[in-house]
Design a protein around this ligand. Structure first.
Ligand SMILES: O=C(O)C(=O)[C@H](O)CO
Ligand SMILES: [Mg+2]
Length: 266
C-alpha cells in the first residue's frame, strides 16, 4: 500500500501554515510532514490535524539557528547541551501530535574541515544519536537520520547512504532508522532501486522529488512508477513524504499522484 504524506514546508504554500493541513487532506493526502512545528503551539497543530483527519508522520528536531545558516546540531562538538534540549523539545511535540518519528539533522562541518575535525563530528554524532534514540525509545518513537546532498547543503555532515548505514549499524538501536530521500540519493549515490533493496530493513521513512530541480516526481530523470512498484513488491508499509517544490500551484501539479490516490482538481 502506498501511503503519501504532504510535506507542508514545500507543498500548499498558497495557504497559511495552519490551513495547509486541510488543503492536503482535500487533495487525498492521509499524512503530513514539515520541517518544524516550533513556531506554533502544539495544541493548535493537534487541532488542525484532527479537523483535517490526517496523521502527523514526521518533523525535525530544532536545528540550531536556521536563519543564520545552521542545519542541525547532532554532529556539532560543543553543542551537546543544546542538542539534548532539542531532543526533549521535539519529543514533547511528538507526544502531543502523536508523531511516531522525528528527524535529527546532522549539521554542517566547518569549511575546510581537516580529518581531526571530521572525526570529532563523527564521535559527537554517535554520542548524540545514542542519547536521542534512548530518549525516543521511552515513548516508542524512532529517531531518523537523513543523508542530504552537498550541492543543496554544502558541508552537511551526513551526505552518503553508506555513511548513514554504517552509523545505524554501529549504534545498533532498533529505533534509529534511515530517512531515505531518493532525491538526495540520486544526486549523491544513484542506483536507487538497489539502495532501496539493500537498505530496506533500516528505512523508517521515504521522501521523493523530481531530480535535479526538486519539482514534482514526474518531472526529471527519476522514473518513480518503477520505484513505487518496487516498494510495493518489497512490502513497504511506511510513509512516502512528498518533499518537492511545485512548479506552479500545488494542486494542479498533483497529476503525478493520481494513480496513488491524489486528486489534482479541487
Ligand atoms: O531537505 C530534506 O530533504 C529534508 O528532509 C530535511 O528535513 C531538511 O531539513
Ligand atoms: Mg528529505
Amino acid at each position: 500500500m502506498i501511503r503519501l504524506a504532504a510535506n507542508l514546508s514545500m507543498l500548499f504554500n498558497e495557504h497559511a501554515f495552519l490551513d495547509r493541513f486541510a488543503a492536503a487532506a482535500s487533495a487525498g493526502f492521509k499524512g503530513v510532514e514539515y520541517l518544524f512545528p516550533y513556531a506554533f503551539d502544539a495544541e493548535d497543530i493537534k487541532h488542525v490535524l484532527q479537523e483535517a483527519q490526517v496523521e502527523q508522520v514526521l518533523f525535525n528536531l530544532p536545528p540550531g539557528d536556521w536563519e543564520a545558516g545552521e542545519r542541525g546540531l547532532a554532529s556539532l562538538p560543543g553543542r551537546e547541551g543544546e542538542f539534548r534540549d532539542s531532543v526533549i523539545e521535539a519529543l514533547r511535540y511528538a507526544e502531543v501530535l502523536n508523531c511516531p518519528r522525528v528527524h535529527a539533522m546532522a549539521g554542517l562541518l566547518p569549511e575546510g574541515a581537516d580529518a581531526a575535525t571530521q572525526a570529532d563530528h563523527h564521535e559527537t554524532y554517535l554520542r548524540n544519536l545514542r542519547f536521542a534514540a534512548g530518549e525516543a525509545a521511552k515513548t516508542g518513537r524512532d529517531i531518523l537520520i537523513e543523508p542530504i546532498n552537498t550541492r543543496d547543503m554544502p558541508g552537511f555532515f551526513l551526505s552518503r547512504q553508506a555513511q548513514a548505514m554504517a552509523i545505524i549499524e554501529v549504534i545498533g538501536a532498533d529505533n534509529l532508522k534511515l530517512q531515505f530521500d531518493l532525491y538526495h540519493c540520486q544526486i549523491m549515490d544513484g542506483d536507487l532501486i538497489r539502495h532501496l533493496e539493500r537498505q530496506f530493513d533500516a528505512i523508517g521513512h521515504i521522501q521523493v522529488a523530481g531530480v535535479p530541480e526538486r519539482h514534482e516526481p514526474n518531472v526529471g530523470e527519476v522514473h518513480y512508477p518503477a520505484i513505487f512498484e518496487r516498494l510495493r513488491a518489497l512490502g513497504y508499509t511506511g510513509w512516502i513524504g512528498c518533499e518537492y517544490r511545485p512548479r506552479a500551484e500545488t494542486r494542479a501539479g498533483l497529476v503525478w499522484g493520481e494513480p496513488w490516490g491524489l486528486t489534482a482538481q479541487g
